[in-house]
Design a protein around this ligand. Structure first.
Ligand SMILES: *Cc1c(COP(=O)(O)O)cnc(C)c1O
Length: 404
């Protein structure tokens, strides 16, 4: 089928809740993707962070193929070997927290919301941050501190209120006798790559200790290894009670987990929460292979080594000539503030073989594969540099034309 046929098929049969670029991807290897027309792309936003090891990592692909012939899924009222092994891998890297498996970031956050309420009942209120992003289920959009995600779906789940990131006083102000938890992304991703300060997270920890609140870190994007440590909390040196993780934990398979302190996890008794697919053998086998590959390929060292180099390389883009206001980097999460809307720039980059993202209109975003080479990163920045140059010249000429 050629691209137009595929597009027609989508138009006829797929609900159009996504705005899609006119490109159909057919194949991926590492940080490279190819489309139906045979065009090659350097992907610096692989799978919105899902392809943490790049596309189709061979060890993950082999593990999936092998497991698919052995056992794909059994219900959670049986034991399965892969879930046990993967839970040990996650738990031992997350300070002995216990694991509940599900299938997406939003589901992991739903589990955290339910567990926080259950463990602190009858308290039910949860404080999250403005500009946060926690997913798209009704519970998760209720937690998300961006009114545009709730529009059309109100009334949302009651009990959520939104403080300002890195403003402890704004959190303290919202705590009352019904508050059970505080939920925060250590680095806001979708919100524009905005890191928490260590002091803010320490302040939240102390506040939660004082008031017996559950501290939840949404690490769907900041783990595994994204900040150069297994989990983002280790980068910041602050211990949450519950961690949620998803995106890259199983090398591209739909897989997510909530990791909870054992005394809090104990509230989840049989019948309180469940997921039919949660922790299925196929996803866990992929996860086991992905964690082994992250270790074997020393991806955390790669993030730590290339991070400062990336600061220098991207720092050179800052200035009016490129229309770049500022660059924020935390591990392998990069946000670039533009002085102009970035959607045309993202399209131009794509036309020149580079895939990146733009969030909130003017923030370019990159989540490179954790095992990307310096050469690939360098090539990506070079393409971005040229496209920025063109964009600024274009907007300059537009202004000129407007004045004439
Ligand atoms: C992507 C993301 C989610 C939602 O994950 P889904 O798998 O799309 O449900 C939640 N929180 C954060 C921080 C994310 O980056």
């Amino acid at each position: 089928m050629n691209f137009t046929d595929i597009q027609d098929q989508f138009n006829q049969y797929v609900i159009s809740n996504y705005s899609r670029f006119p490109v159909c991807m057919v194949r991926g290897v590492g940080s490279r993707l190819w489309d139906t027309e045979g065009r090659e792309y350097l992907d610096l936003f692989p799978g919105w962070g899902v392809a943490g090891l790049g596309h189709c990592h061979p060890a993950v692909a082999d593990a999936i193929a092998k497991q698919a012939h052995k056992l794909i899924h059994v219900a959670n009222h049986y034991y399965n070997e892969e879930q046990g092994a993967f839970s040990e891998i996650l738990a031992t890297r997350a300070g002995g927290r216990k694991v509940f498996f599900c299938n997406s970031g939003a589901e992991a956050n739903e589990a955290a919301i339910k567990l926080s309420r259950l463990a602190r009942q009858p308290r039910y209120k949860i404080i999250t941050m403005q500009h946060s992003f926690h997913g798209r289920t009704l519970g998760a959009i209720s937690a998300t501190g961006q009114p545009e995600y709730q529009a059309g779906f109100t009334p949302v789940v009651p009990g959520f209120s939104y403080a300002r990131m890195n403003d402890l006083a704004s959190v303290v102000e919202l705590v009352d006798a019904d508050t059970c938890a505080i939920m925060v992304e250590p680095v806001q991703g979708e919100g524009g790559v905005v890191p928490a300060t260590p002091e803010f997270l320490q302040g939240l920890r102390k506040l939660c200790d004082d008031k017996n609140l559950v501290l939840v870190f949404d690490e769907v994007q900041t783990s595994p290894c994204r900040l150069g440590e297994w989990f983002g909390y280790q980068y910041f040196g602050v211990e949450p009670d519950i961690i949620t993780t998803a995106k890259a934990i199983a090398g591209g398979m739909p897989m997510a987990a909530m990791l909870a302190r054992p005394d809090i996890a104990a509230a989840l008794k049989p019948g309180t929460h469940a997921s039919t697919f949660g922790g299925h053998s196929l996803g866990c086998a992929a996860g086991i292979a992905a964690f082994k590959a992250m270790e074997d390929e020393k991806v955390m060292d790669n993030v730590k080594t290339l991070g400062p180099w990336l600061d220098e390389r991207l720092g050179a883009l800052v200035g009016p000539e490129r229309g770049v206001k500022a660059v924020r980097r935390c591990g392998f999460m990069v946000g670039i503030d533009l002085t102009f809307p970035g959607s045309d720039l993202v399209a131009d980059c794509r036309n020149h073989g580079l895939l990146i993202n733009c969030t909130h209109g003017t923030v370019l975003r990159m989540l490179p594969a954790l095992n990307i080479s310096k050469e690939d990163l360098d090539q990506g920045v070079a393409i971005l540099d040229e496209c920025l140059d063109r964009a600024v010249k274009r907007s300059g000429s537009v202004r000129l034309t407007a004045r004439q």
